[in-house]
Design a protein around this ligand. Structure first.
Ligand code: ATP
Length: 223
């Protein structure tokens, strides 16, 4: 563990990036890099779900989704593939994932990263209140997905929105529950669109890393 003074632990600030990643694309990767840099995170953990709770099952296997993530992040040492939801099996509740991360990283503050589309449904997530006791939230703007301006989510934002999370070297003891908006690169891209392009035999070049495109072609995925 890093220390500032002998015996004094420095809290890590860890980005937690859950998703189906079916498949991973530049709309995941570039915003994740923006969050890493702007919030001065120590690293970002890409955590592919096993069984998504609020949507259809992924189209390809967990192993294949993991392999594509691994290929995509191979050159970025601060991006880490974390297979805990896949190893845990069963429905992938984020609250369970955060609890297990807290066990593994007791001195870390967790920052749960999500696009505005995911945040729009946040209050329907299993134990959303507990999630806010375990992690801060970083919301990434997605094209055509504004932040809610009324209702319960708008109230949540009013109560918890801050301009910047305390960095890992700060002495702030706010462990969780703050929400920060991060201005990420706007890429109007979704895995749904990529799956459609692949199914129709259309090019996906420049929308995802070439190594991922090669893997998809080699294994004839999403046809
Ligand atoms: P699908 O089209 O299959 O729903 P997706 O592209 O939205 O997939 P997910 O794996 O469901 O990708 O998303 C994981 C996380 O990444 C979510 O929090 C989502 O909001 C975020 N995300 C996905 N695409 C973008 C994007 N283009 N810009 C910012 N955030 C994104």
């Amino acid at each position: 563990m890093q220390t500032t003074r002998p015996g004094e632990p420095v809290e890590q600030l860890i980005g937690v990036y859950g998703g189906t990643f079916d498949p991973i694309h530049y709309g995941h990767l570039r915003p994740a890099l923006d969050v890493l840099n702007q919030l001065e995170l120590d690293h970002v953990r890409f955590i592919p779900c096993f069984i998504p709770v609020h949507r259809a099952h992924p189209q390809v296997s967990s192993e294949q989704r993991c392999r594509m993530i691994e290929l995509a992040i191979a050159n970025q040492p601060n991006f880490i593939l974390d297979k805990r939801e896949i190893e845990r099996q069963g429905p992938s509740f984020m609250v369970d994932t955060l609890r297990s991360l807290k066990q593994d990283f007791p001195h870390a503050r967790l920052v749960l990263m999500m696009g505005t589309d995911a945040f729009a449904k946040f209050l329907s997530w299993h134990e959303s209140e507990t999630i806010l006791e375990l992690a801060h939230l970083a919301i990434m703007h997605r094209p055509n997905e504004p932040l809610p301006s009324q209702g319960a989510l708008a109230q949540l934002l009013e109560a918890r929105l801050v301009n910047q999370l305390p960095s890992s070297s700060s002495s702030s003891n706010q462990q969780a529950g703050q929400i920060v908006e991060v201005e990420v690169t706007q890429l109007d891209l979704s895995a749904t669109r990529l799956r459609e392009l692949l199914k129709n035999g259309q090019a996906v070049d420049y929308l995802m890393p070439p190594c991922v495109i090669n893997y998809i072609k080699q294994h004839q995925l999403y046809l």
